[in-house]
Design a protein around this ligand. Structure first.
Ligand code: GLN
Ligand code: ZN
Length: 785
């Protein structure tokens, strides 16, 4: 059989949700028992079939391996783990060779009975969450799922030759964690030699099912924020792809790298027998910088030039994309065009956004439009740019229209930024603030608070839907929200919390709510992207200069404060998190956009103060998420992100207590930056990881107040008083109790009232116990204070 060449244009992966979120609905219906396993399987097969047909309609080939077979029921990392048999031993007896693989996947993703699910974490510097495989010294790697093989065969039966995609072995191990029963110091990476033969088997089976090309995703090669040193990673790449390359009767191998610069791994990959290598030319690799030794080795490879940005929603500069692809031709004669990453980070189709202004729509490109763009650039590369002249021009006209549109450059915003100095980013020293705040609030030791949201009930959601649908007046809606706030305040008083919140009932989402109330943003109706499993978000589009039309949260906070004599904490989303969870303009550095957001928040803080709100929290859960994948870029990122937070908060009076909240990441690497935020109080997720962060915080010399989470809100389980007491006691050992706050890991939005109330009750009881214990200890040794 002669080898088929790599398709001229392709994408690394396609959204799995379905245009109408069919996957989300099917998952929910299946979990709720409304769809049988058989019906669920049929529905998901229909989604896959519709995706393939759609991709042909918009320009990919039916039988040339250009359609990626990249569907996943829940998560592609989970799929890879299940495929190779990486099932944690706690599931022994629950999952075995007889278990249906869909069932097995859901057990790992969602837990079963008392068995905890796999942990979840962010996929590189994106807001997508993957499930972290757990691997131990005895994990029995074997080809234990035929899902991918079956998808390829299913496509084949419908007349397609698709290209199966799977996370590659090096990345799979780098993203995995050691199973909890493994000995100290065990690294999943040490199991590489046992894992690679399973991939070799898979390759053979995929070929037998009709695959001509297989895509192995190795995005971890673009990151050095991994736990294994670079030279070991390179050696692993070498041995893995030498071995897979020598699989007899194998399909052709395409190794994709993405999310940044592949760096030294390119030379290594080039020396192995893989047939095609993908480069992310949007975020990283610069062909002209590739050294001559690597060039020589690349000459007989296919290079897949990722020139269409898989992560942004902008239509972009197609001429520049074509030039970048043409540059790659200096390295090898066989060049194909692709998206820079999988398209799972963008919504399906911008033409569904019929409510948006046509002008804005003309600037945008979602997954389907990206596929078309790949086609244009691929044609231009094959036949010369003249052959696609009109398409390139249309893109360039849209781009200049965007850059020059009213609102993209707002003179008053820019003038204000240009007059800022260092003084605008610093408050008076913390010791002074601390004294002033002590006098103002007179809080007890170990003050108790929550992170902001209370359960978003059906009642709230329905009221919002009725209001947005035009069935209810604004007045009716406001009344519902106010009643909700009143109930939340009453509940917190009854529970005995010290610093109250209004509960955020008015927010559909902590980023979208601000986007809807700021200039420079638009929000989509159908622009869903998968966050994990069935959970989707609709990131707003930040296209212009940001400014505030007027107060955003002040009315709600003022109302809440009017109901209680305890302090009510104002609640804002920080600049970095707004950026991270939006689609952000690409015509200026992120730091510049962050500064504009910061100024809007700064004004909001001033208005909150004026309304009598003395404690204000600025949430930055995404601070870690945007950390660049290459450590050389960290300093610059941390400088602008910290500066934005400080710009937002430094106008606050000394007696105003600024809180921040961090969660959903491993913050170890950014502890120094957290210190520099200079917040008075920092709450941080820690119950979820059993207080692992606490010692790091203590060791980092962090001096301000800190609230390590003591209630894991990811779980429906109500933590017992003993359990919380123990966590608090752990925290009190590492951190001076004078600086310790008591709070849950995160907001209660996704919880139900019953469990949230019971949990908070136990948290407060535990706080009382620890307070008492501390008082007794102090009484016993008064000299210690
Ligand atoms: N204040 C937000 C809430 O409580 C914080 C959410 C978050 O950190 N993701 O919901
Ligand atoms: Zn949180």
């Amino acid at each position: 059989m002669t080898a088929r060449s790599f398709p001229r244009g392709t994408i690394l992966g396609y959204p799995r949700l379905g245009r109408k979120r069919e996957l989300t609905k099917a998952l929910e219906a299946h979990w709720a028992g409304r769809l049988t396993a058989g019906e669920f399987a049929a529905t998901t097969a229909e989604i896959r079939a519709a995706i393939r047909e759609r991709l042909v309609d918009i320009g990919l080939g039916r039988d040339d391996s250009s359609i990626p077979e990249s569907f996943s029921l829940y998560d592609h990392v989970l799929d890879a783990a299940v495929t190779v048999g990486a099932i944690p031993s706690r599931f022994d007896g629950e999952i075995d060779a007889q278990t249906d693989e869909v069932d097995a996947s859901f057990a790992l993703a969602r837990g079963r009975g008392d068995l905890a699910p796999l942990a979840m974490t962010k996929w590189f510097d994106t807001n997508y969450h993957y499930l972290v495989p757990e691997i131990g010294p005895h994990t029995h790697f074997r080809l234990s799922s035929n899902r991918l093989v079956r998808d390829v065969a299913e496509a084949r039966a419908a007349g397609f030759v698709t290209r199966p995609t799977i996370v590659g072995p090096v990345t799979l191990l780098l993203l995995s964690t050691a199973e909890s029963n493994a000995t100290d110091g065990f690294q999943p990476f040490s199991r590489l030699a046992d894992l690679v033969p399973v991939y070799a088997r898979l390759l053979t089976e995929l070929r037998d099912a009709g695959a001509e090309w297989v895509q192995l995703d190795e995005p971890a090669l673009a990151s050095d924020v991994v736990s294994v040193n670079a030279s070991r990673v390179l050696a692993a790449v070498e041995s893995t792809y030498r071995e897979l390359g020598s699989t007899p009767e194998r399909p052709q191998l395409f190794v994709s790298t993405a999310y940044g610069d592949v760096g030294g791994a390119l030379a290594t990959l080039a020396a192995t027998p893989v047939d095609a290598i993908g480069l992310d030319l949007v975020r990283g690799t610069i062909p002209s910088r590739i050294d001559s030794g690597t060039r020589a080795r690349l000459a007989d490879k296919t290079l897949v030039a990722g020139v269409i940005d898989g992560r942004s929603v902008w239509r972009g500069d197609l001429e520049a994309a074509l030039t970048a692809a043409a540059d790659v031709r200096r390295l090898t004669s066989t060049v194909s065009v692709s998206s820079s990453t999988s398209l799972i980070h963008v919504p399906h189709d911008v033409t569904l956004e019929t409510h948006l202004e046509p002008r804005l729509v003309s600037w945008l490109s979602f997954a389907d439009q990206k596929v078309e763009q790949v086609g244009i650039v691929a044609r231009g590369l094959a036949r010369g740019s003249a052959s696609v002249r009109s398409d390139l021009e249309a893109a360039s006209i849209a781009l200049s229209d965007r850059l020059g549109a009213p609102g993209v450059h707002d003179r008053s915003v820019r003038a204000r930024i240009s007059f800022l100095g260092e003084g605008d980013r610093s408050r008076v020293p913390w010791e002074q603030r601390r004294e002033a705040q002590k006098r103002t609030f007179g809080l007890p030791p170990l003050p108790t608070t929550t992170i902001g949201s209370f359960p978003q009930t059906d009642r709230i959601r329905q009221a919002r839907a009725r209001y947005l649908g035009g069935f209810d007046s604004a007045e009716t809606y406001v009344t519902v929200i106010k009643n909700e706030i009143a109930e939340v305040i009453a509940l917190q008083e009854e529970l005995g919390l010290d610093v109250l919140v209004h509960g955020e009932p008015e927010r559909n989402d902590m980023v979208q709510y601000f986007a809807e109330n700021l200039e420079g943003f638009d929000v989509t109706l159908h622009g869903w992207v998968q966050s994990f499993g069935s959970l989707c978000t609709r990131p707003p589009i930040l296209w212009g200069d940001v400014s505030r039309l007027g107060p955003i949260t002040v009315g709600w906070s003022r109302y809440a404060q009017s109901l209680t004599s305890k302090p009510v904490k104002g609640m804002l989303t920080g600049p970095v998190t707004i950026l991270a969870w939006s689609f952000v303009r690409d015509d200026q550095p992120l730091g510049d956009t962050a500064a504009q957001l910061a100024l809007a928040l700064r004004d909001e803080i001033a208005d909150l103060e004026a309304a009598g709100i003395g404690i204000i929290q600025i949430d930055e859960p995404a601070l870690r998420e945007l950390l660049p994948l290459r450590s050389v870029d960290h300093e610059h990122y941390l400088a602008w992100s910290v500066a934005a937070f400080r710009l937002a908060t430094a106008g606050a009076k000394p007696e105003t207590q600024i809180h921040t909240h961090l969660c959903s990441s491993h913050f170890g690497v950014v502890l120094d930056a957290i210190k520099k935020l200079d917040a008075d109080v920092t709450s941080i997720e820690s119950a979820h990881s059993r207080m692992r962060i606490i010692d790091d915080i203590a060791a980092s010399g962090f001096e301000h107040d800190i609230g390590p989470g003591v209630y894991d809100i990811h779980s429906t389980r109500v933590p017992s008083v003993d359990e919380v007491t123990e966590l608090l006691a752990r925290a009190a050992e590492a951190i001076d109790v004078e600086r310790l706050w008591v709070n849950p890991d995160c907001g209660l939005k996704t919880r139900g009232y019953e469990e949230a109330t019971a949990s908070l009750r136990n948290v407060l009881e535990a706080a009382n116990r620890v307070r008492q214990r501390v008082a007794e200890q102090q009484a016993a040794s008064p000299s210690a204070r």
